[in-house]
Design a protein around this ligand. Structure first.
Ligand SMILES: NC(=O)c1ccc[n+]([C@@H]2O[C@H](COP(=O)([O-])OP(=O)(O)OC[C@H]3O[C@@H](n4cnc5c(N)ncnc54)[C@H](OP(=O)(O)O)[C@@H]3O)[C@@H](O)[C@H]2O)c1
Length: 331
């Protein structure tokens, strides 16, 4: 039996709201522990036979998700860019798994490789696609296809993979697509004109935050367009978890916050909970953190007005389509 969203006590609700307002308490391990205890979270009971694709499955949150989902009975596909790291991950995930674990080598900064991955996966009937791969770069890197790397990995590659799998009918009825977001996106207003950063004045954290903000708009677009065909699109904020991505990408932050960071399992929990939830549950098109829907905006000035927001949904998809075509010389 899969997880159902249960009503929680007023006290647990109040505690959740207080944690959420404080950000730091909410995103650290403290927030996870308080919520999981007050709300009596249970391990999702199973993901039996579900076909689940996890990108960035060789490290941190992706590896933690893949392990837990395999233990819950899912048939997991691991996507990574290094054969050695994939083999290591396959061994970790296979231990205790009842279903087959398959690996796919793909550098997601390459849209050509992403297209090939989509072709390989199109033979499957995928129940859950988790866009987890990501990195915060220190300096500007242009891919061989002429795209700023952060944008390629966090936005264009997930766009291409999702659209191709949908076009190939490789997503099962009521499949869900889960994208990992970040608190960084709260600092950014969606703006297509500044979305792809150039080398001048490049800041990895800004490029990352803009790509993650654009991902929230794309998620809303997908939910609008494909929701009626019963596909579900979710965003997940994992909190702040102790992963190689954090210790290497933002070492200063990792040093200060070290003792308070979540474990990878704690950071992966909400994505696992969503991936193992019953078909049709919970409400799609939302941003989730610690098994609750959360706000998409925390700062004044990042919100678009209703008309601009609607236009942005369509614009972001068209922009991604054209940018992918240009990178692949298809236009
Ligand atoms: N940890 C946090 O506190 C936190 C907070 C907010 C959001 N997130 C998000 O959560 C996701 C996972 O982050 P993490 O902390 O688990 O980071 P991580 O430990 O660095 O893992 C990132 C994964 O993405 C893969 N990856 C990166 N670039 C890739 C590429 N070009 N092609 C294919 N795979 C690629 C990495 O592969 P390699 O093993 O080959 O490097 C690795 O498997 C990211 O989207 C991140 O933005 C994390």
């Amino acid at each position: 039996m899969a997880t159902r969203v249960k009503p929680i006590s007023q006290f647990a609700n109040l505690a959740d709201s207080i944690l959420e307002a404080t950000i730091v308490a909410s995103f650290t391990s403290f927030g996870f522990r308080v919520r999981s205890r007050l709300e009596h979270w249970r391990e999702p009971s199973d993901a039996n036979g579900r076909v689940i694709v996890v990108t960035g499955a060789t490290s941190g949150l992706g590896l933690a998700m893949a392990r837990r989902l395999a233990l819950l009975g899912a048939r997991v596909h691991l996507v990574g860019r290094s054969e050695t790291r994939l083999e290591f991950a396959r061994q970790m995930v296979s231990s205790g798994a009842t279903e087959e674990v398959t690996t796919h080598r793909c550098d997601l900064s390459s849209l050509r490789q992403t297209g090939e991955l989509a072709q390989r996966l199109s033979r499957e009937r995928i129940d859950v696609l988790i866009h987890n791969a990501g990195a915060l770069l220190k300096s500007f890197v242009l891919t061989d296809e002429g795209v700023e790397t952060t944008l390629a990995v966090h936005l264009l590659s997930p766009y291409l993979l999702t659209e191709q799998l949908i076009a190939a009918s490789a997503l099962a009825p009521q499949a869900r697509v889960i994208s990992m977001t970040s608190g960084g996106m709260y600092s950014q207003r969606f703006d297509l004109t500044t979305l792809e950063m150039g080398p001048d004045g490049y800041r990895g954290a800004t490029a990352y935050a803009r790509a993650k903000r654009a991902q929230t708009i794309l998620n809303a677009h997908w939910q609008q367009v494909y929701g009626p065909s019963s596909l579900a699109f979710h965003l997940v904020h994992p909190g702040w978890a102790d992963t190689p991505g954090v210790s290497e990408g933002i070492p200063g932050f990792a040093k200060i916050m070290g003792p308070f960071l979540r474990s990878p399992d704690e950071g992966a929990d909400t994505a696992v909970w969503l991936a193992a939830s019953a078909p049709g549950e919970p409400t799609p098109g939302m941003l989730w953190h610690d098994r609750h829907p959360r706000k998409l905006h925390r700062l004044p000035g990042t919100r678009l007005d209703t008309q601009d927001e609607q236009r942005a949904h369509d614009d972001v998809a068209l922009w991604c389509q054209r940018r992918v075509a240009r990178a692949l010389n298809l236009d």
